[in-house]
Design a protein around this ligand. Structure first.
Ligand SMILES: C[S@@+](CC[C@H](N)C(=O)[O-])C[C@H]1O[C@@H](n2cnc3c(N)ncnc32)[C@H](O)[C@@H]1O
Length: 575
């Protein structure tokens, strides 16, 4: 029970809404967690919170966020990590030195009066954070335990600290903290930063304000990754299909947790501990096995979310035993594939060696990565179509996520890469747009929408852009004819061109681009375009608009492009 008198809510900015919407309970598998106190709707911000403790991941000078930083100590701490991680069995050590320095913020060294500050966090507040057992048989946990022994024995500033105490703190950071891009200028404006470079920046901006015409060089103080430990933000459970979206606001230094789909009273509130921009193995594509492996490596627990526990819709596959169109799902707990209809655990051939899925997954990932890299795209573009259509796709079950994703890559190729690489003439001779729209419809509707939207709406919307953006451009290009007006002045300039008295310095004016002439939509595009349009406008945008009441620039731009595209479709279909 979340009792305001019993708990410290000082970091919570929206205390009334928080207490009205959220409760603290202990649930099986996930332990202590925040749950919905009442039914919640998309767009509700259940928590807005400032960090209890915050520090830069890569400090480069002494500051209010790393008051004990020195180059020599930084070098020494990094050396311990490298020495202990020689076999590189632990995947998660780069943040250790910064977290170690941050420990001194809560437990300052007694002998260093000159730089001693009042502890920024009360020790007792840290009791509220979960951490894994120090005996845990996990390479990162054991590396941290060994590292803390070195630090507390050999570094003078840590001689008042017990190794166990430091290890517990570091594991609390690893198990609970968020990484956010912190803008040092906004901290400096609030008077928080005391670094020499921030002071220099303050001096320079004052000077620049006074002499506004001075061509001032851009500030070197851009956003930098920082670690933020949130008292209540760390009490949400992880899910691979979460019901919350996180947004960090630099100006107020707050993290907001917003509901993304309808939630019933009592439901566990979740966000994803996995990086949300990680296409495969993240929230959209990828296998249960990969996600669980990552969570175990980075966060030390085996995921027990609904998607991992029961049916991984991302990994569904036709049953080869009863030959039904029912799906075979991966059961994360038993670690086996099972048919929804006949219960068979006989694996379809694709999954038999687990090589099929792993191979398909690595191939679509590698292709997507190469195509996004301008230096590598050229070598892949020429082979993507025959490879996907002849080699890979025929081996993929139609209900498996790799099939959906491969269709997405093909759509991208037909709508964008083919015309931009080989020209629009060849693309139209090959009917590339029709093929691309059909493939886009499979990716956006059958895969992202039918399989994932209701359980994972926001990541679906983000992932859709890879294909939705080329769809918008191709449909817009294909339903308009550009029109120009050659202005009178231009005509006069042309007729005067031989006249030696004309002003030679006057540059000829370019023809003015007019609103394009809208053309009817080709009949063979209509079915797929309308299906995509229906999904995006009627099923996706209402939720996206509710969640992002004040959308960040990127989302606002996407919504604007979608709305213009919708107008174009209506105009062109009316002809
Ligand atoms: C950031 S804490 C969440 C709050 C924590 N339960 C507490 O008591 O403070 C992360 C820990 O919660 C548990 N947990 C969170 N999500 C989980 C999930 N999907 N499956 C299993 N355990 C989970 C794990 O023990 C994990 O190490």
């Amino acid at each position: 029970m979340l009792d305001a008198a019993k708990y410290n809510l000082s970091t919570v900015v929206n205390q009334n809404q928080f207490l009205d919407a959220v409760d603290l309970e202990v649930r099986s598998i996930v332990g202590r967690t925040l749950v919905a106190k009442r039914a919640l709707v998309p767009g509700e911000s259940v928590l807005v919170e400032q960090p209890l403790l915050q520090y830069f991941l890569q400090p480069s000078c002494r500051s209010s966020l790393s008051p004990y930083y020195t180059k020599a100590m930084w070098k020494q701490l990094n050396k311990y990590v490298v020495e202990l991680d020689q076999d590189q069995s632990s995947p998660f050590v780069p943040g250790l030195p910064a977290a170690t320095l941050a420990y001194l913020q809560i437990d300052p060294p007694p002998l260093r009066q000159r730089i001693k500050r009042t502890p920024s966090v009360d020790h007792a507040d840290l009791d509220f954070f979960y951490y894994p057992n120090l005996d845990m048989d996990h390479p990162t946990v054991q590396l941290i335990v060994g590292y803390c022994r070195n630090v507390t024995c050999e570094i003078a500033l840590f001689q008042h600290v017990e190794a166990e105490q430091l290890a517990t703190f570091l594991l609390k950071i690893y198990g609970n903290a968020h990484t956010v891009a912190l803008d040092r200028q906004s901290l400096a404006r609030k008077g928080c930063a005391t670094t020499h470079s921030a002071k220099k920046h303050r001096r320079s901006t004052t000077y620049a304000d006074r002499y506004q015409s001075a061509p001032w060089p851009p500030s070197p103080l851009g956003p930098r990754p920082s670690i933020a430990l949130m008292t209540w933000g760390s009490k949400f459970t992880h899910s691979c299909s979460p019901n919350l979206l996180l947004h960090f606001d630099n100006a107020s230094n707050t993290m907001t947790f917003t509901v993304t789909r309808p939630v019933t009273a009592g439901e566990v509130l979740t966000f994803s501990y996995l990086p949300e921009n990680d296409d495969l193995g993240g929230l959209i594509c990828g296998t249960t096995r990969d996600r669980r492996r990552k969570l175990n490596q980075f966060k030390f627990f085996d995921c027990g979310c609904d998607r991992c526990n029961a049916k991984d819709i991302n990994g569904r596959c036709n049953c080869s035993t009863c030959d039904s169109d029912a799906v075979t799902s991966f059961n994360g707990l038993s670690g086996a594939w099972q048919c929804d209809r006949c219960g068979s655990t006989e694996l379809p051939e694709f999954l038999l060696l687990d090589k099929g899925e792993a191979y398909a997954s690595s191939m679509v990932t590698a292709l997507a990565t190469k195509l996004r890299d301008p230096d590598q795209a050229g070598e892949v573009v020429t082979m993507i179509e025959p490879y996907l259509m002849e080699d890979l796709i025929p081996t993929l079950p139609r209900t498996h996520w790799t099939f959906g994703y491969a269709q997405g890559l093909l759509a991208w190729y037909h709508l964008d890469l083919l015309p931009s690489t080989f020209g629009t003439g060849l693309a139209s001779q090959l009917n590339a747009t029709s093929s691309g729209l059909r493939e886009a419809s499979v990716f956006l509707n059958d895969y992202l929408h039918d399989a994932l939207w209701s359980s994972n709406p926001l990541p679906v919307f983000m992932a859709s852009w890879m294909v939705l953006s080329p769809v918008i451009q191709a449909v817009t290009r294909g339903t308009e004819e550009k029109q120009y007006r050659v202005q009178e002045k231009v005509l006069r300039q042309r007729s005067d061109s031989d006249d030696s008295s004309s002003d030679e310095d006057e540059a000829p004016e370019a023809p003015e681009l007019l609103a394009p002439l809208v053309l009817p939509m080709p009949e063979e595009w209509q079915k797929d375009v309308l299906a995509i349009h229906h999904t995006v406008m009627n099923l996706w945008l209402p939720t996206v608009n509710a969640v992002f009441q004040q959308p960040p620039a990127l989302i606002a731009d996407r919504i604007r492009q979608i709305q213009q595209w919708s107008l174009r479709i209506q105009e062109s279909m009316a002809l």
